[in-house]
Design a protein around this ligand. Structure first.
Ligand SMILES: [Zn+2]
Length: 337
């Protein structure tokens, strides 16, 4: 156990030396951070989600001190497990609260990354009215404004673009949201994380990116574990997209290990992200409902990978290196390095 920890620390130090730049390339809610400070990362979690819908949600729906009291211990818990960064994937109109995230980050010492963008799945239930009437350019202008000037008058800036599409073929509203994400990427270099699921909408989105000259490495195929065909996932990985298996639960360990080994075998481990999609303080429920912590990967998946003979270096790749590459802010154009 200690030897293993020592090895991880040693590798971390080597990486720190090799990436010595102090330029902030990742944007957390507390400000820019250099990539060497990102550390071990959970790439897809939620501290709070409000499912009431875009027409009724708002900051009146939760009491910030109550949320902090409930959620903080779960961040402290992962801090003790050496996690340095948590990516919060709750978009606007679904409970994104930049000031709450900043408070939680400051109190816990865990770096938190938030987002700009809109969630267009579920027949637009989580879209503001203007998303239906405005053009992709007008919507993108709002997101670019958040990236340039902060979210809603705060000093919190988005670190990526979070969108979502329906699970089937893309609907016109989904297309418009993806186009807005492309325009925002071209202006800001923020990565596009899209709640997607199966392969059909994933490849349709990559096609839209291509139309804008954007490299697939600007795209995170989120909830990719919903796609059963490993070869489709590999195909997207070979194109350059990040493949996010982000709903880990203890009973999934075998399948996650299987996919990990598959990606390793096909030299595609650099595309893989693992996370829980856990958390979820739920406004409207007593005391925010049942909160799921962020330790199952540490307690079940890492040991299962080790039992399968996976090298610490490869585990390190998925939890340290890949998040850096996925979330570093950089315009990724086709044909450019
Ligand atoms: Zn999620």
């Amino acid at each position: 156990m200690y030897a293993k920890r020592f090895l991880i620390v040693l590798i971390s130090i080597l990486v720190l030396i090799s990436c010595s730049s102090d330029i902030p390339e990742i944007t957390a809610v507390t400000g820019g951070i250099p990539i060497k400070k990102m550390g071990k990362t959970l790439a897809h979690e939620h501290l709070l989600v409000d499912f009431i819908g875009a027409d009724s949600t708002g900051y009146h729906r939760w009491n910030k001190p109550e949320v902090v009291e409930k959620v903080l211990p779960y961040l402290v818990e992962i801090k003790k497990l050496n996690y340095k960064t948590l990516v919060d994937c709750t978009p606007a109109y679904l409970g994104r609260d930049p000031e709450l995230l900043k408070t939680l980050s400051e109190k816990s010492g865990v770096q938190i990354i938030t987002n700009t963008g809109y969630y267009s799945a579920y027949d637009g239930k989580f879209l503001p009215q203007h998303a239906f009437t405005e053009t992709a350019e007008e919507i993108a202008a709002r997101w670019i404004d958040e990236a340039n000037n902060g979210i809603e008058g705060t000093d919190v800036y988005p670190g990526f673009i979070k969108i979502s599409v329906e699970r089937g073929p893309l609907q016109p509203i989904n297309r418009k949201i993806v186009e807005a994400a492309c325009l925002t990427h071209l202006e800001t270099g923020l990565t596009i994380m899209s709640h997607t699921g199966p392969a059909t909408p994933a490849f349709q989105q990559l096609e839209i990116l291509k139309g804008y000259g954007i490299d697939p490495s600007a795209f995170i195929w989120t909830h990719a574990s919903d796609e059963k065909d490993f070869n489709k996932l590999l195909e997207a990985a070979k194109m350059g997209a990040f493949i996010s298996w982000d709903k880990f639960r203890p009973e999934d360990a075998e399948r996650y290990v299987e996919f990990f080994l598959f990606m390793k075998k096909h030299a595609a481990l650099h595309s893989l992200l693992f996370s829980h999609d856990a958390g979820w303080y739920k406004p409207g429920e007593p005391d925010g409902g049942e909160f799921r912590g962020f330790t199952d990967i540490e307690n079940y998946l890492i040991p299962a990978l080790e039992d399968a003979g996976v090298a610490q270096y490869d585990i390190f790749q998925v939890f340290f290196k890949n998040p850096v590459e996925a979330f570093r802010i950089k315009k990724r154009l086709i044909g450019e390095e």
